[in-house]
Design a protein around this ligand. Structure first.
Ligand SMILES: [Zn+2]
Length: 127
């Protein structure tokens, strides 16, 4: 099973706004693509890598957008604006994809699929 197939299974695929596992057209990395759930939605490519607060700070310094990711069947993302960065709740924070950018400060995903989906919630995410 390839990294793209593992990401596809991990993301799930229910709903039009759910993220889809795709390859980046430039670097061919397995990334997630979908609509940001903003009022004026726009198509985003994100690295499905849960960041720590330090990791989010590092991503912002690098000029990357960050997104709140949550699971409602599939996974959806919402742009983290300045006032939304003050709380993390039970969601992941994923960075915008930039070819070749490596994220040092990551953590365990809080939105892993449930055991009802046939997944081991303690298994590491496929990224
Ligand atoms: Zn890329």
């Amino acid at each position: 099973m390839t990294d793209l197939q593992r990401l596809h299974e991990w993301l799930g695929s229910s709903g039009k706004q759910a993220l889809q596992a795709v390859r980046c057209p430039r670097c061919k990395a397995a990334v997630a693509r979908g609509w940001s759930a903003e009022v004026c939605a726009f198509l985003v490519l994100v690295d499905p890598v849960p960041l720590t607060p330090l990791g989010e700070f590092e991503a912002l310094l690098a000029g990357l957008w960050t997104y709140t990711a949550w699971r409602v069947g599939g996974v959806r993302v919402d742009l983290r604006t300045a006032n939304r960065r003050t709380h993390r709740l039970a969601h992941d924070v994923w960075p915008e994809h930039r070819c070749g950018h490596f994220h040092l400060h990551t953590t365990k995903s809080q939105i892993s699929p449930s055991t009802h989906d046939g997944f081991d919630p303690d298994a590491p995410p496929p990224f």
